[in-house]
Design a protein around this ligand. Structure first.
Ligand code: ATP
Ligand code: MG
Length: 422
């Protein structure tokens, strides 16, 4: 693999690059990304595109291969660069393109990831490459052609027919323009022809960082990782905070939170996890007579400590995995009492989801198995026999006044340990 030589190129790729990789004017593997909502943005669009390009480059950096990035309307094209002119340069470039495509499946803001080929602007080369793309594929197919440069010697329809006939002759697949099993797209551009297949669905959403920073309250459970994922997909760069029951429990929940953040780090990179030992503070709440309000008092203290930490990490929102009515602390009355504890907005992306829907998403983003490992969550400590489902803020204030709660929250935040699970 070539050494890293990231190169952000915003203009058409020079024709010389084509010959450079393969030594001939044969095809050059690349990756075509279809962008989502970002293309609808008005004045700030260029800024958001730059952010997305940076996120893409960060995702590729770990692969150690150079890449050219070319932004076009609603599309980004990535071409691996190999500095190695050896006989296997073409297969190395194809492998690099496969690896890049795989990485792009985790970049927020990308709607589809298509493995593509870039070929010389010549009808024979385009037709030959289209046939090559169909190799090994079964079922019916369609070819769709588009010309950005109308000087190309074949019309779009003629190019599609010629490529389709070549595929039929060579592999015998039937044409089905209405409901094909696979489609090959041909795009004649200013200085080259691009070919690509349907590709795979990307994450969609908005580029991470576009919506600012949030602090995710991350238990070892199923919901909070999904909540973090959902907010990343809406452009929030997430930092994570876990409360462990230490010293009243073991460290298992910390290992889980660490593993979960590591999984989520695939979508944003550079994630930080803060851990607060919460057991003693829970004991203090219990001994101040919190009774049926113990769970709510704990949750409010968590939020207050999170707010203090948020100021330090420059997060302007808190994120939780609350889902309306799922557990006693998530009734409407209790959620209202939780909101009252802090000034920062609390984002709850799972508020209207059923547990089965949350679990399906957790499975899809590969956090479910880790979340289901046994641990002792701090919230299960010191549980009252009955949990209050309609907490009154005035009663919670009385408990908090006995403890100088804001100072306690500040001390907890100051003592948070920091990890870098990415
Ligand atoms: P989860 O499956 O994410 O643990 P849950 O269904 O168990 O959620 P609760 O225990 O009431 O629900 O927690 C609701 C939310 O409060 C969690 O989604 C999370 O955002 C936050 N939270 C709960 N426990 C912790 C913890 N130990 N550390 C950090 N945040 C927590
Ligand atoms: Mg929980």
């Amino acid at each position: 693999m070539a050494k890293t030589c990231q190169n952000l190129n915003m203009t058409a790729l020079p024709a010389a690059t084509l010959a450079h990789v393969t030594g001939t004017h044969s095809d050059q593997p690349c990756v075509l990304l279809k962008l989502g909502e970002i293309v609808l943005k008005g004045g700030n669009r260029q800024h958001f595109e730059k952010l997305l390009q940076n996120n893409i480059r960060m995702a590729i950096a770990e692969l150690g291969c150079g890449v050219r990035l070319w932004q076009r309307d609603g599309v980004i094209i990535l071409t691996p660069e190999t500095s190695d002119p050896g006989a296997d340069a073409a297969s190395k470039a194809a492998l690099a393109a496969d690896q890049i495509a795989e990485r792009m499946l985790t970049v927020m803001g990308v709607v589809r990831v298509c493995r593509a080929q870039r070929v010389a602007k010549d009808p024979d080369a385009a037709i030959e490459a289209a046939a090559g793309m169909a190799a090994g594929r079964s079922g019916s197919f369609a070819v769709r052609a588009k010309r950005r440069d109308k000087r190309f010697p074949l019309s779009s329809a003629d190019l599609a027919i010629a490529a389709g006939s070549a595929i039929q002759r060579r592999y015998g697949n039937p044409v089905d323009l209405r409901n094909p099993d696979f489609t090959i797209h041909l795009e004649v551009d200013q200085s080259e022809v691009f070919l690509y297949t349907d590709g795979q669905a990307g994450q969609g959403g908005l580029p991470v960082g576009m919506s600012g920073r949030g602090l995710v309250l991350m238990s070892g459970g199923i919901d909070s990782p999904v909540a973090g994922y959902r907010m990343m997909r809406r452009g929030l760069y997430c930092t994570f905070l876990h409360f462990s029951g230490l010293p009243l429990t073991g460290p298992e929940s910390i290992y889980k939170a660490y593993g979960l953040v590591r999984q989520l780090d695939r979508y944003q990179r550079g994630s930080r996890l803060f851990v607060i030992a919460f057991g003693r503070a829970q004991q203090r709440l219990a001994s101040s007579g919190s009774g049926r309000l113990q769970v709510m008092a704990q949750r409010r203290l968590m939020l207050k400590a999170a707010e203090a930490l948020a100021a330090r990490v420059r997060a302007t929102a808190l994120v939780t995995g609350d889902s309306l009515g799922q557990v006693a602390s998530q009734t409407l009355a209790n959620i209202t009492a939780l909101d009252e504890a802090v000034k920062l907005p609390i984002l709850r992306p799972l508020i209207g989801l059923d547990k089965t829907e949350i679990m399906a998403e957790a499975r899809r983003i590969s956090t479910l198995a880790l979340s289901e490992l046994p641990d002792q969550d701090c919230c299960s400590l010191l549980l009252p026999r009955q949990v209050e489902t309609r907490a009154k803020v005035a009663d919670l204030h009385k408990i908090e006044a006995r403890l100088d709660i804001d100072q306690l929250a500040g001390e907890l935040a100051a003592a948070a340990a920091e990890y870098r699970p990415g």
